[in-house]
Design a protein around this ligand. Structure first.
Ligand code: PLP
Length: 406
C-alpha cells in the first residue's frame, strides 16, 4: 500500500503549511518489512543493505537488527555508515575508487572489498602494505557476467553481460584469480566473487540470476582448485511503482535460495538489496498551492517538486499518491481553486515542464490547501534529487516510530 500509515497521518495533521513539504519515514513499518525479509532468508544467506538507496542515519539504525552488514559505494558513504551503525561489517564497492578512498577504507578496517578492475586490484594491494599492515584483506572481485537468457522479464534494467563500467570482464577472471592466489599479493585474500547484474527483477528471475552466478563461481573455483566461500548475488529486487501492493516475493526468493545453498554446502551467499528494503517506508507530503485548467487539462501545483523527489522524473513513472483533504475554512475572500474534472496532473514549483510528480491522478475535486502524500518515497528519493535548483526551502524530515526494539 502507498496510503500513509496512521503514524504518518497523525504527524501530517500537526504540520502547518509552512512545515511542508516534509519527508515522513515510518520506522516501525520499515522494521516490520525488514523483519519479514530477514525471516524469509535461509541460513548461510546474508543480508547487506545497499546504503545508497537511503543513507539517513535513522534508517540505517532501524535496519541494524535485521541486516548482517551494509554495502557502501564511496568513501563518503563508508565514513557516514561507520558512524551511524558502528560495529557492523561493511563491503566497499563501486567503480572508480580513488587511492585516498581505498587507503581510508583499509585504515578503517573495512571487512570486504568488491574490486571493480584489475588496476584497482593492483592499487589495493600496493596500498594495503602501508594502510593495513599485518592484516589479510578480504577481496571479492566483481564480475560482469552474462545474464542467462530466460532470466529476465521486460521491465528489468540489465547491467550484466553487456558493455559497462562495472566489474571485471569474465575474460579477465583467470588473470584476476591468479594474481590473488599465486603469491603475488599474499596480503590479499580471495574470499569469493561478487556480481550485481540487473535491477527490477521479480523473485523467479532473481533466482535464475543467482543460480547462474553460483554456477559460474563454482566453475571458476574448480578450474583453479581454490575455495571461493562467499558469493554475492547482488541487489535489484523489483519495486513496482505502478502496483505498490505487489511487493517482491521474499518468501519464494528465500525458498529458492535455500535450495541453492543446500546444493552448495561450501558456500555462503549474500544479497545486497537497497530499493526493495526502504522504498515503502517513506512519504513525501506536501500541500496543493494552486489548481488550474490549461488547454483542457487540469494541473495542481504543489509545494516542492522533483528537486525534492526526483524518483518519478528519473524512472519516468507517476509517483503513487494519496490525497489528504483539508476541510478547514478557506481563509480568502476569493473562490478556492478546485478541480472540476476527475483527472489532475500534479506538478511541483519548478519552472520546467519536467517537474511532473504524477500525471492523470484520480483526484476529483482536489482543492488548493489539500495535502498530498506521495508514497514509495523511501529509496532513491531525497538523496538523488537536485535540491538546490530554484532555491526553494528544504523539506522537513520526520522519523516516526521507534528506531530499534519496542
Ligand atoms: C545499487 C546497488 C545495489 C542495490 O540495488 P537496488 O536496486 O537498490 O536493490 C546493490 N549492489 C550494487 C553493487 C549496487 O550498485
Amino acid at each position: 500500500m502507498t496510503a500513509p500509515t496512521a503514524a504518518v497521518r497523525d504527524r501530517v495533521r500537526t504540520l502547518r503549511p509552512e512545515d511542508l513539504p516534509a519527508y515522513c519515514y515510518d520506522l516501525t513499518a520499515l522494521r516490520n518489512h525488514a523483519g519479514h525479509v530477514r525471516a524469509s532468508l535461509p541460513g548461510r544467506v546474508e543480508l547487506y543493505y545497499a546504503a545508497k538507496a537511503n543513507p539517513e542515519p535513522e534508517v540505517l539504525a532501524a535496519l541494524r537488527p535485521y541486516v548482517h552488514g551494509y554495502e557502501v559505494s564511496s568513501g563518503g558513504e563508508l565514513t557516514h555508515v561507520r558512524k551511524a551503525v558502528p560495529g557492523l561489517p561493511l563491503a566497499f564497492g563501486g567503480p572508480g575508487k580513488t587511492p585516498a578512498e581505498l587507503a581510508g577504507a583499509l585504515a578503517s578496517g573495512v571487512e570486504r572489498f568488491h574490486v571493480e578492475s584489475v588496476h584497482e586490484l593492483h592499487m589495493l594491494a600496493a596500498l594495503a602494505v602501508r594502510h593495513a599492515p599485518g592484516r589479510r584483506v578480504a577481496v571479492l572481485p566483481r564480475f560482469n557476467l552474462p545474464v542467462s537468457g530466460g532470466a529476465l522479464d521486460g521491465g528489468a534494467l540489465t547491467m550484466g553481460g553487456r558493455p559497462a563500467p562495472f566489474g571485471i570482464d569474465p575474460e579477465q577472471a583467470d588473470e584476476t584469480v591468479r594474481l590473488l592466489t599465486d603469491g603475488t599479493y599474499p596480503h590479499l585474500e580471495l574470499r569469493g566473487v561478487h556480481a550485481h547484474l540487473a535491477s527490477g527483477l521479480e523473485a523467479p528471475a532473481q533466482l535464475a540470476v543467482a543460480g547462474s552466478i553460483v554456477t559460474w563461481a563454482t566453475g571458476l573455483a574448480a578450474r583453479h582448485r581454490i575455495p571461493l566461500p562467499e558469493v554475492v548475488v547482488g541487489g535489484g529486487m523489483a519495486v513496482d511503482y505502478t502496483a505498490p501492493e505487489r511487493r517482491f516475493d521474499w518468501t519464494a526468493y528465500g525458498t529458492g535460495l535455500a535450495r541453492l545453498t543446500a546444493a552448495h554446502p561450501e558456500l555462503t551467499l549474500r544479497i545486497e538489496p537497497g530499493r526493495a528494503l526502504t522504498a515503502y517506508c517513506g512519504w513525501y507530503v506536501t500541500e496543493v498551492l494552486d489548481v488550474k485548467r490549461s488547454h483542457g487539462a487540469e494541473f495542481a501545483v504543489v509545494r516542492g517538486g522533483t528537486h525534492h523527489l526526483r524518483t518519478p522524473a528519473t524512472k519516468g513513472h507517476d509517483q503513487p499518491c494519496t490525497v489528504l483533504p483539508a476541510d478547514g475554512p478557506w481563509p480568502h475572500p476569493w473562490p478556492r481553486p478546485a478541480a472540476v474534472g476527475d483527472r489532475v496532473t500534479l506538478t511541483g514549483q519548478l519552472c520546467t515542464p519536467k517537474d511532473l510528480l504524477a500525471r492523470g491522478v484520480a483526484a476529483a475535486g482536489l482543492r488548493a490547501g489539500d495535502r498530498v502524500a506521495f508514497g514509495m518515497a523511501g529509496a532513491y528519493a531525497w538523496n538523488i534529487s537536485h535540491h538546490d535548483f530554484l532555491m526553494h526551502p528544504r523539506p522537513g524530515f520526520h522519523f516516526l516510530g521507534a528506531p530499534e526494539g519496542g
